[in-house]
Design a protein around this ligand. Structure first.
Ligand code: PLP
Length: 404
């Protein structure tokens, strides 16, 4: 008789976006005349930039011709893309990263979920609270998190690092020593980030205690402040303690195209065993490469035209972010984020819970956001709005909120 992986049975239901969907559908059905503005889910809305579309068309044509057809991609990704990544994302920033340390993938969600596989089951993980849920759930599936307490919404073996107004949403070194530390900066959901000096102290800490940092830099393109690192490898010593995850979803609108990469430096070793070699083995065994057409599209992100067009796209979303942030502040809300990230994180007014505020905003302003409590217990009393809508909808949403 076969047995299942019982760890899956431990996972609490993932109710956040399904509950939002149900509530919005019920409200729409009862109020068909109301125009709902969605500032909830972190999906982009702007079309792919022309330079990317052009590269994709060209690659499609190549696939239709025997001389230029491409089958399986190389395990780690095509050189043209990995070299462009190294040159633009690392060398240009003074980071010492080489192409054989880059692993091209289909996005940061899979990589952030899969990376835990190369670590032992009894490692202790540390996560920020609130947090992008994939980090915890993938470790639950692997049996690394102990038991779940529905009252506290916490796992017995996970080290939580609360990020709240009190600490400016900056995680503090945990009291217990972790083996694996997940950091997402700029942060989803709080939209906040830390300075290069603060990140350096995390690198120093990880090297001191012998922990590995899984650094999710999916929102790196939104950094606007000078003293914020674009890559953890800007910090001294990161090559011996950090793995970096990157995505093409938010900087280039690839949420439906699918492309990302992971950096595993060759100096990252555990008892002499190279994590780079381990991840190469895992990648080669379980992944058959991002499509050629998509990797060519990724290459176009680094062309002069691509860079210019994507700078405008990011600026478009960041104009929305500023509109939301300033508009909310004028309306008397306490707001965070929105400067180095496309997320605005606000304190719910009048002691409302995150879900009470969700209902209030839906019913009175016909706006959909995301309750902070859906990202972890320390998210209670907060609410996330995204800058990924259209400018027109963003303006309209803010006008409605200001009239409340
Ligand atoms: C922190 C974080 N990491 C990773 C992802 C997923 O990125 P991708 O689309 O590359 O899978 C998201 C998407 O919302 C995210 O917020």
């Amino acid at each position: 008789m076969y047995k299942i992986n019982d760890n899956y049975q431990k996972l609490p239901g993932s109710y956040l976006f399904s509950t939002i969907g149900k509530k919005v559908n019920a409200y729409s059905a009862a109020n068909p005349d109301k125009k709902i503005i969605r500032l909830g889910i972190g999906d982009v809305t702007q079309p792919l930039a022309p330079a990317i579309i052009e590269a994709m068309h060209k690659a499609v044509d190549e696939m239709g011709c025997a001389e230029t057809f491409h089958g399986y991609a190389p395990d780690l990704g095509y050189d043209f893309l990995r070299n462009a990544i190294v040159k633009n994302d690392y060398q240009a920033r003074g980071c010492d990263i080489t192409a054989d340390e880059i692993f091209v993938s289909d996005g940061a969600k899979s990589d952030s979920g899969n990376i835990q596989e190369i670590f032992a089951e009894n490692n202790r993980i540390a996560v920020c609270d609130p947090v992008y849920p994939v980090y915890v759930d993938s470790n639950v599936m692997a049996g690394r998190t102990g038991t779940y307490d529905p009252k506290t919404e916490m796992w017995s073996d996970v080290i939580y690092m609360p990020c709240t107004m009190e600490n400016n949403f900056v995680p503090e070194f945990p009291k217990e020593t972790p083996d694996m530390i997940y950091l997402c900066l700029p942060n989803n959901p709080t939209g906040t980030t830390i300075t290069r000096a603060q990140l350096q102290s995390w690198v120093d800490y990880a090297n001191k205690v012998g922990a590995v940092i899984i650094y999710d830099a999916a929102y790196e393109a939104y950094i606007s402040e000078e003293n914020v690192a674009h890559s953890i490898y800007e910090c001294e010593g990161a090559r011996t303690c950090a793995i970096e995850l990157k995505s093409f979803s938010k900087n280039a609108g690839f949420t439906g195209v699918r492309l990302g990469y992971t950096v595993v430096p060759k100096e990252l070793k555990c008892g002499g065993v190279s994590l780079n070699a381990m991840w190469a083995r895992r990648h080669g065994t379980k992944f058959n490469g991002a499509p050629y057409i998509v990797q060519r599209a990724g290459e176009a992100v680094y062309s002069d035209a691509g860079k210019a067009q994507l700078k405008e796209q990011v600026a478009y979303y960041m104009k929305n972010a500023a509109t939301i942030k300033d508009g909310l502040a004028k309306a008397g809300y306490t707001v965070f984020g929105g400067v180095n990230a496309p997320y605005i994180w606000l304190k719910t007014p009048d002691q409302m819970t995150s879900w009470e505020f969700f209902d209030y905003l839906l019913e009175n302003a016909n706006i959909v956001g995301t309750p902070g409590s859906g990202f972890g217990p320390s998210g209670e009393g907060y609410f996330r709005l995204t800058a990924f809508g259209s400018y027109e909808n963003t303006l309209a949403a803010l006008e409605r909120i200001q009239k409340l």
